[in-house]
Design a protein around this ligand. Sequence first.
Ligand code: FES
Length: 219
Amino acid sequence: MKKVFDLDADYQPEIFEFNDKFKTSVKEIIARYPEGKQQSAVMPLLDLVQRQVAEEGAKSTPVYGGWVSRAAMDHVAKVLDMHKVKVYEVASFYSMYNTAPVGKYLVQFCSTTPCWLRGSEGIIKATTEHLGIGVGETTVDGKFSLMEVECLGACVNAPMVQINDDYYEDLTADSMTQILDRLSEDLKPTIGSQTGRKASMPCSGTTCLKEQAKKAGVA
Ligand code: FES
């Protein structure tokens, strides 16, 4: 999905500063890098921006999620003594940085081949119908935003979605809408496989070579 990146949009706030809690993390992160290489901290600092904004957004009405504003990118550039455009380049390249406002729960649908073969289109359809919004949109109460992304590395338990920091796997239309219902009440759904599958074991349950040998009549 094409990422929104409008540095002059009306929704851009005038200022951004890390609050006291996040300032401590900023110092710790920068200290991990050798002298003169502090600019390497740009990615974790942009992540901290999003987490601070998400915390603020959770207390706001309507609620909103974590995103990286122009003011925040400029602030990170100042903290790391680097050109603003270099920070813009990083933030606009990676899908994990939201460069426009998003809902409190950002649903990222994986629709790359393994998830698509296992029914990601049905998961997207169930979600858009349940929430009444399309991909790229946010619900009016600020709770949910939808976006489509490329492979999230959990193909073995396809189809799956990422919502904020959590993965939900082995989805069906029903389990997806149950997850949305719990989140809409700010309750924590069960993360990971929705069928109880452990890691990448077969859908039919665990197997072992002994069992296979017995079936083959060679045990
Ligand atoms: S294709 Fe969906 S997680 Fe890899």
